[in-house]
Design a binder for this molecule. Structure first.
Ligand code: G4P
Length: 291
């Protein structure tokens, strides 16, 4: 779902999260493991500063495992606990309770010392649209309960989902806005489907993707589309268009007159990338992160 985020929406979304934070012990910040930095809300540190936070690298099944390990190290170096998951298939999800417990160890110990029986840890999922919030909530609930309702300002009755005996999750996630001021982050978000194509030109997104893939996953790209003599990098847009043209030709994306249908070729490439048919790929590395 595409949301037009206006300043009023952002203020309301921030306020709603702040209200929810009063109810919980720990924040699960959901990121897309393929673009961990670009899928982060620019104000998340400030918005969630009152609670301990666990960074969840979701869609790890689609991401490059080595890069996910790099990103985990990076977040840990920033003082943030991190855990990779696949909310769709459920891998890594059952460890969430113990990960949350680790973060709250001191608080829990204090309760025990006072002779109190620790109550279940209460958690809130926050993240930008399409990062997998509803999927994770549904997975933890064991049924479809989360309404994707990715719209700032939509309020409804909130309920707790009990996960095992130790974790309770608020059934409505905190919805954050993505980065807007960084054009490269915009391309990454569009490449993974977090921003719909009508916001950015499809062929430009495809060319951006090709540049990243040629540099990092050239052999998977060559293999998938039967491309020969792929260079090790694409110096400019023209070079990327040539690769897109080759893919179009190989895949029969041709319009009358025998010309390549670039839009069709771009759609095919992005569909293959998003579904994992090109292999597990990460589109940004921690070294590229300087903020
Ligand atoms: P949101 O609430 O944060 O907006 O995200 P949502 O759960 O709706 O998930 C967005 C898409 O991402 C869904 O695909 C969902 O199946 C997929 N997804 C979520 N978690 C994972 C994961 O760990 N691995 C993989 N491979 N996919 C995941 P969709 O229904 O096809 O939507 P769309 O991609 O067509 O928008």
């Amino acid at each position: 779902m595409t949301i037009q985020w206006f300043p009023g929406h952002m203020t309301r979304a921030k306020r709603q999260i702040e209200e929810k934070l009063k109810l919980i012990d720990v924040v699960f910040e959901l990121l897309d493991a393929r673009i961990p930095q670009s899928s982060r809300n620019p104000m998340v540190d400030e918005i969630t500063s009152t609670k301990p936070r666990l960074v969840l690298l979701n869609k790890a099944d689609l991401a490059d495992a080595d890069q996910t390990a790099e990103w985990s190290r990076y977040f840990r170096s920033q003082g943030l606990a991190t855990h990779a998951i696949d909310a769709n298939a459920g891998s890594g999800v059952k460890e969430l309770a113990s990960k949350a417990k680790e973060l709250l160890q001191e608080k829990i110990q204090k309760q025990i010392d006072k002779g109190m029986k620790p109550r279940p840890i209460r958690a809130l999922i926050v993240g930008i649209p399409n990062v997998g919030k509803s999927t994770l909530i549904n997975r933890l609930a064991g049924r479809n309960i989360a309404v994707t309702g990715d719209r700032p300002g939509v309020t409804k009755g909130q309920q707790w989902i009990r996960f095992g005996g130790e974790l309770e999750l608020l059934d409505t996630p905190g919805i954050l806005w993505p980065k807007f001021d960084d054009p490269v982050a915009g391309f990454r978000l569009a490449a993974t489907g977090a921003i719909k194509e009508d916001v950015l030109h499809l062929d430009e997104v495809a060319c951006f993707v090709l540049k990243v893939l040629v540099e990092n996953y050239g052999s998977a790209l060559s293999e998938r589309y039967g491309l020969e003599g792929l260079p090790s990098e694409l110096p400019d847009m023209q070079a990327a268009i040539q690769v897109l043209e080759s893919i179009g030709k190989r895949r029969g994306c041709i319009v009358s007159g025998g010309h390549v249908d670039y839009e069709k070729a771009a759609t095919l490439l992005l569909r293959d990338l998003r579904s994992g048919k090109l292999g597990r790929m990460t589109l940004e590395s921690p070294e590229e992160t300087n903020k």
